[in-house]
Design a protein around this ligand. Structure first.
Ligand SMILES: Cc1cc2nc3c(=O)[nH]c(=O)nc-3n(C[C@H](O)[C@H](O)[C@H](O)COP(=O)(O)OP(=O)(O)OC[C@H]3O[C@@H](n4cnc5c(N)ncnc54)[C@H](O)[C@@H]3O)c2cc1C
Length: 460
């Protein structure tokens, strides 16, 4: 069919971080664009992810600051926290953002559909009963949380539900130790719940740097969270509004809420992808090449549905680059090296580049670690340590990884990520003058190497 005979030059399925950016930029380049969203504009990040999560984190921080103020001479009598008021304020902000996302699309000239899109064939979609055709199609359907296959799993909640709980439970058992699990454990604890955290590994946050994982376990325990490492859930039992989580070792946890943060799955089921000839991997993720093309050359996939680095800024960058490539006469790829990331526990974690183990797998590395009590907590009396770490190539002295657990870690790491993307060496860090008094200055004043790893093997 000639291009002009299709209803759209580009149709985007999914109005989340990736899809909205791709549709908006493509429409701005003059393409005839349609975009379908079945649930909420802005997708996971805006509605049940990054944004509401960070608001809940901040709610917990205010409570801690009220307690800590006494150390600075304030007499503040902290009243009770209203979960209902917090959730209502959060909902109002999310509704505002959702409206902005929709208006951005319409303002750019994209045609929006509020319905589920399903492939009928490789160029045709059913959108809530309407049939549309497109020359190019982008799959940006994201993912959804999953429950483990255990007895009584339906008595537990998933992250989508956590943002709409009618009240703050007195006791919560969080299962999992990925970033969503530890963030919510921290949120519930900061708001006053007793939290049990159950995870299969000896330490939380698999895949992160070992020093970060150890510092996190310590800081979660300091927050009053009961850790159950090396445990897996076996069954959830219901007793009225209470729950009992039975672990495989036979231990039990009596709680009011079981929260499964045990993984997410690409939302590719019942999307008609078989009719479109789009291949999936064993996890249900769309398989793409470097140009984000699926097994059908005019069908692309971006964001979480590709199950690579499942973060909003990555999804946005992919959507933007694809729109520029297809319609902006600016074909470009994005690099997934040195993608910075944060985990919004209290205090937060942030990281960019390689872990010590990843870096040491390719050659010897110099390690610099610093642990201290940040200035605020010298007076607050709160036990909250900071840990900062640099991983440096022993030969070239290039900084390969930066990791931090401590106040403002995410804000600090964004700037360091620029230096790392530019290929900064330890000498570049050392000749940078610090800002005093900050925690961040520690990254440019770490002079004493903590250890060198892998030198013996390199000498062999
Ligand atoms: C609890 C939580 C916290 C998070 N925190 C962070 C964070 O702090 N920082 C960060 O960078 N990332 C965070 N993330 C990850 C981030 O939310 C995702 O990486 C990001 O939303 C991915 O964007 P996406 O566009 O690929 O998918 P989504 O945002 O999931 O968007 C996909 C959209 O497609 C729609 N859709 C699906 N199927 C169809 C269909 N057939 N027809 C029409 N519409 C459809 C869905 O309704 C959805 O709106 C978090 C995620 C969660 C769950």
């Amino acid at each position: 069919m000639p291009a002009s005979n299709y209803d759209f030059d580009l149709f985007v399925i999914g109005g989340g971080s990736a899809g909205v950016r791709c549709a908006r930029i493509a429409a701005g380049h003059g393409a005839r664009v349609g975009v379908a969203e079945e649930r909420f504009w802005g997708g996971t990040c805006v509605n049940v992810g990054c944004v509401p999560k960070k608001l809940l984190v901040q709610a917990g921080e205010y409570g801690a600051w009220a307690d800590d103020a006494a150390g600075f001479g304030w007499e503040i009598a902290k009243g009770p926290h209203s979960w209902q008021r917090l959730i209502a304020a959060k909902d109002q902000e999310i509704n505002r953002l959702k409206g902005i996302y929709r208006r951005l699309l319409e303002g750019a000239g994209a045609k929006v559909f509020e319905a589920r899109a399903v492939f009928l064939d490789a160029h045709t979609l059913d959108i809530g009963g309407a049939r549309v055709t497109a020359e190019n199609i982008v799959i940006a359907v994201g993912g959804h949380p999953t429950r483990p296959h255990i007895k009584g799993a339906h008595f537990g909640i998933i992250s989508d539900d956590a943002f709409y709980l009618p009240e703050l439970p007195r006791r919560v058992a969080v299962v999992g130790s990925g970033f969503i699990a530890v963030e919510f454990a921290s949120i519930f604890a900061a708001l006053g719940a007793h939290v049990d955290l159950v995870y299969r590994q000896p330490l939380p946050l698999r895949g992160f740097d070992q020093d970060v994982r150890e510092a996190l376990a310590e800081s979660l325990a300091d927050q009053g969270i009961t850790l159950h490492p090396s445990h897996t859930p076996h069954e959830v039992q219901e007793n009225g509004s209470a729950r009992r989580l039975v672990l495989t070792h036979g231990d039990t946890i009596d709680t009011d809420l079981v929260f499964f943060a045990t993984g997410r799955k690409p939302a590719t089921a019942q999307l008609g992808l078989d009719k479109a000839g789009v291949a999936l991997d064993e996890h249900g993720a769309v398989i793409i090449n470097n140009a984000r093309r699926s097994s059908q050359k005019h069908i692309y996939a971006i964001g979480d549905v590709t199950n690579r680095i499942t973060l909003t800024p990555v999804a946005i960058a992919e959507g933007h680059a694809l729109a520029d490539t297809l319609f902006g006469e600016n074909p470009r790829a994005i690099s997934l090296d040195n993608v910075p990331a944060a985990v919004f526990t209290s205090p937060p974690i942030a990281t960019v580049g390689l872990t010590e183990d990843e870096a040491a797998a390719s050659g010897p590395v110099d390690i610099y670690v610093s642990k201290f009590t940040p200035m605020r907590h010298t007076l607050s009396g709160r036990v909250r340590k900071t840990m900062m770490k640099l991983v440096v190539d022993h030969q070239t002295k290039k900084v390969l990884g930066a990791h931090m657990l401590g106040e403002d870690a995410a804000e600090i790491m964004q700037g360091l990520a620029i230096a790392m993307v530019m290929g900064a060496t330890k000498a570049d860090f050392d000749r940078t003058i610090g800002i005093h008094p900050t925690a961040a200055e520690e990254f440019v004043t770490m002079r004493t190497r903590t250890r060198t790893v892998g030198l013996a093997q390199a000498a062999d």
